[in-house]
Design a protein around this ligand. Structure first.
Ligand code: HEM
Ligand code: NAG
Length: 328
């Protein structure tokens, strides 16, 4: 091949690859100018504000929703799809809540500019807004957008960690998705809001590891309180307790989760182990001591989580309704 041709071909190839890269990336403000004169982010923000006014626990709902969406086939809103064997039907997802908030935002956006904003991006924007409402201005982070929606959702793909997972496996679970061990510690800080059902931690109260007694790493005062909320006879699995046992901040996105687990007041086994494991205890101490650092890192890690396995460019689709893929 003649040298000039080689140069032209190479330059062309490099340009093409570059275009692909730009085209396929998330960015802050992706929807600017794409929805007539409307501001997509503020349409979502308005819906989240209205929902928050009647239910201050929506940050917990949406944080868990985004986690469960992103760690199963990427942040593609596959969790939102209805179906007999869709992800929603997996045991790990039975208590995921907040779908109606995403639907409300989607309806408002379809009115403003049909077919433009993905359900996957709505999850990211709405979660950010709910976190900001629950944690104040320091908790607000800029989200990247430009995701597209997935076409399929299968219960069988749902492989989310159980609360008994060892710390090293939890780290591995995050590292496998391109996140770091610090991201794992920081994102588990989402357990600063929301609730857990008795069945996820009852064993720690009544029969830890077949011992017939409580988990010795749990504060005995907390054990007694929780025993009355979650009796041994498992007939109250619908009952819940706050993941953050500091009563003044159970619904606040802040660093008190780390303070609580350092006081042996973690609810889930993984929460408590995070404070005790030699590989995570130092970062936990840092988070417990500095709420601003935690909130800064939390936003950054949420953005990283929001980038897992995303569909961009012409991949996937922009769903018209978040609970079903578009008819072809
Ligand atoms: C090793 C990792 C994790 C495990 C084993 C785990 C496990 C759990 C379990 C068992 C519950 C209680 C569910 C229920 O009773 O309905 C829960 C709740 C929750 N999780 Fe996690 N989780 C993990 C990581 C995360 C991450 C990374 C986030 C978000 C960034 C998150 C956000 C939440 C929230 C906000 C709740 C409360 C939900 C509500 O109030 O409806 N979790 N988690
Ligand atoms: C939502 O509420 C926040 C906090 O009160 C406020 O700053 C923001 O302007 C509101 N957003 C919209 C679109 O109304």
């Amino acid at each position: 091949m003649n040298n000039n041709v080689l140069v032209v071909v190479t330059v062309g190839l490099v340009l093409l690859l570059n275009m692909e890269a730009c085209y396929g990336q998330l960015k802050i403000g992706f929807y600017k100018g794409k929805c007539d004169y409307e501001d997509v982010e503020s349409i979502v923000n308005k819906v989240v504000n209205e929902s928050f006014a009647s239910d201050r626990s929506i940050a917990a709902a949406l944080l868990r929703m985004q986690f469960h969406d992103c760690f199963v086939t990427g942040c593609d809103a596959s969790l939102l799809l209805d179906g007999d064997t869709s992800e929603k039907k997996a045991v790990a997802n039975l208590n995921v809540r907040g779908f109606e908030i995403i639907d409300k935002a989607k309806t408002a956006l379809e009115q403003a500019c049909p077919g433009i904003v993905s359900c996957a991006d709505i999850i990211a924007m709405a979660t950010r807004d709910a976190v900001a409402l629950s944690g104040g201005s320091v908790a607000r982070y800029e989200v990247e957008t430009g995701r597209r929606d997935g076409l399929t959702s299968e219960q069988a793909n749902v492989d989310l960690p159980r609360p008994q997972i060892p710390v090293s496996n939890a780290i591995e679970f995050f590292v496998n998705k391109g996140l770091s061990d610090t991201d794992m510690i920081v994102l588990l800080g989402a357990h600063t809001v929301g609730v857990a059902h008795c069945n996820f931690f009852r064993n720690r109260l009544w029969n830890f590891g077949g011992t017939g007694s409580a988990d010795p790493t749990m504060d005995p005062v907390l054990v007694e309180t929780l025993k009355s909320q979650c009796p041994e006879s498992a007939n109250n699995d619908g009952d819940v307790v706050n993941l953050d046992q500091n009563p003044s901040s159970s619904n606040v996105v802040d660093n008190s989760f780390y303070q609580q687990i350092r006081l042996n007041r973690g609810i889930l086994e993984i929460d408590q182990k995070l404070a005790l494991d030699p590989s995570t205890t130092a970062v936990v101490a840092t988070m417990a001591n500095d709420g601003v650092t935690f909130l800064n890192l939390f936003g950054k890690s949420m953005v990283k989580m929001g980038g897992i396995g995303v569909l961009t460019g012409t991949d996937g689709q922009i769903r018209l309704k978040c609970s079903s893929a578009n008819a072809i």
